[in-house]
Design a protein around this ligand. Structure first.
Ligand SMILES: [Zn+2]
Length: 504
């Protein structure tokens, strides 16, 4: 049996379908580059026929990210496959992913097709995709609720038609580990030709069993596992790849299967995805949550201090979480700052370092000790370089429990300065209203959230806002020790992204 489990990442396709998430091409490219560093075998970059943005992102990733296979999703129809191939053909390793539902409930209510129709469409589209010269993956959507004999029949037919990878999705997160393992075993025993192809699974987390189901499939001899970083995805999300990877690594003694992953890139990948999608990670999330390696109870701390393995089954370093919290302060020079950035894994240009150093100096004036997390927040706030169509120059607020909040904001727009004043329900609302006046249009706010980057009352506040335009969502981030300033920066960031995308 093949020892390696191939890792198929669908953060940019299924993950991007999470409510409130919308990534632009630059952001998707940045995540794809990081996934390549992490070492995933396949990147599903999007659904090319779904939108112009998806098509562009898949083509850009196909051109630039060369080591992993780049995959595009298609329904089992020719137009989808043609569009996907157009986006993928420059990839070093293109993969076309054809899917069609096979469960009776999907056939009857969604597709309005008979079993014979679906079988025919599956075979024809796999054969057509194969004729283009790509590697072909076939998924039977809702496989875990599909009649077994029919599922075997469809899989056998698409293997015959040239499929290279057969994927078994638990689309609605309905499966239970033992049962899902048995499903995989049944497929291996009953589908002619299954040994010539890679068998894969794709699990959803509706009952919290996505990781367990994926691992049950691993134990039954699959060759590929699918999932997303931080488990993001529709509804309760997809299987979290970092969990599957660390389970396979930590319990190598049990699973006896390896992955081609550089686990020390997990933490950075997780941070980047959380930052760009605006989907924060719950503190107790396995592997990547803020508390995943924190030991609070005295008896645990004592144990870990004398011997880490008393309460630690894996080290924070193994996922790239640096425990060495070297502190920088007001007197730290540019050199020390630059060195720290390098140690944290950032490769920035001189201009970017200069800009980050300016902000670091400002921060060090307000905050005695600057921790790694502060530096990460400052650098990732500007992780994606979109043009700063508007920039915050200055603002002033007046607020209290017995007065109406008012704000005056001055924005820089090209060489000009625009200044406006407005009232609001509170200082943040007043500042947002003043910003809307400056840019001369309404920008409806969908969501607003704030979190402290570190502990302590001088901590940096990180604000995430979502604004909506024509049904599309744009996420903005802002960081400052002043939460009103962080809010203004986040709102302007979201507006800049919106204007940049709509001007394309
Ligand atoms: Zn899915």
């Amino acid at each position: 049996m093949d020892d390696i489990i191939r890792v198929f990442d669908t953060t940019l396709r299924d993950g991007e379908q999470s409510p409130g998430v919308s990534l632009n091409t630059e952001e998707k490219l940045e995540i794809a580059r990081q996934l390549e560093k992490l070492g995933v075998d396949v990147i599903e970059a999007g659904f090319p026929i779904a939108s112009k943005g998806d098509f562009e992102a898949v083509s850009a990733i196909a051109r630039e990210v060369r080591r992993p296979a780049i995959c595009g999703l298609c329904r089992a129809v020719k137009a989808d496959i043609d569009r996907a191939w157009e986006a993928l053909k420059e990839a070093a390793h293109p993969r076309i992913h054809v899917f069609i539902a096979t469960s009776d409930i999907h056939l009857k209510y969604k597709l309005k097709m008979t079993r014979e129709d679906v079988l025919k469409a599956s075979v024809e589209s796999v054969a057509y995709a194969k004729s283009l010269g790509a590697e072909v993956q076939f998924s039977a959507e809702d496989a875990s609720r599909t009649d077994l004999e029919y599922l075997y029949q469809v899989f056998a037919a698409v293997i015959e038609a040239g499929a290279d990878v057969i994927n078994v999705p638990d689309t609605v997160g309905y499966a239970v580990p033992d049962e899902f393992g048995a499903l995989i075993r049944g497929i291996k025993e009953n589908v002619p030709g299954i040994d010539k192809v890679q068998l894969s699974v794709h699990c959803h987390n509706d009952l919290g069993m996505a990781t367990a189901n994926s691992l049950a499939a691993v134990q039954n001899g699959i060759q590929q596992v699918e999932g997303t970083i931080n488990g993001i995805g529709e509804r309760a999300g997809n299987a979290a790849l970092e969990e599957i990877i660390m389970a396979l690594n930590t319990r190598r003694d049990y699973f006896k299967r390896a992955v081609n992953i550089d686990t020390t890139q997990i933490y950075r990948t997780s941070m980047l995805v959380a930052h760009l999608t605006g989907m924060d990670i719950q503190p107790n999330k396995a592997i990547v949550g803020a508390n995943a390696f924190a030991h609070e109870a005295g008896i645990h701390q004592h144990g870990v201090l004398s011997e880490r393995s008393t309460y630690e089954i894996m080290t924070p370093e193994s996922i790239g979480l640096k425990q060495n919290k070297m502190v920088l302060g007001k007197l730290s020079g540019r050199h020390a700052f630059e060195e720290r950035l390098k140690e944290l894994g950032y490769n920035l240009s001189q201009d970017e370092i200069n800009a980050a150093f300016e902000r670091f100096k400002d921060l060090a004036d307000k905050k005695k000790v600057v921790l790694d997390k502060d530096i990460e927040a400052l650098v990732t706030e500007k992780a994606i370089k979109i043009p700063e169509i508007y920039a915050l120059d200055q603002f002033q607020i007046s607020s209290g429990n017995k007065v109406t909040a008012t704000a005056t904001v001055r924005l820089k727009h090209g060489d000009q300065f625009i200044e406006e004043a407005a009232c609001g329900d509170g200082p943040v609302d007043a500042v947002f209203n003043a910003i809307e006046r400056c840019i001369g249009r309404e920008v409806p706010l969908d969501d607003y959230g704030i979190r402290a980057v570190t502990e302590g009352k001088d901590a940096l506040g990180e604000v995430t806002v979502r604004v909506r335009n024509d049904g599309q969502v744009f996420v903005g981030k802002g960081v400052s020790t002043d939460i009103i300033e962080a809010s203004a920066r986040a709102y302007i960031d979201a507006i800049n992204k919106m204007l940049y995308e709509t001007a394309k």
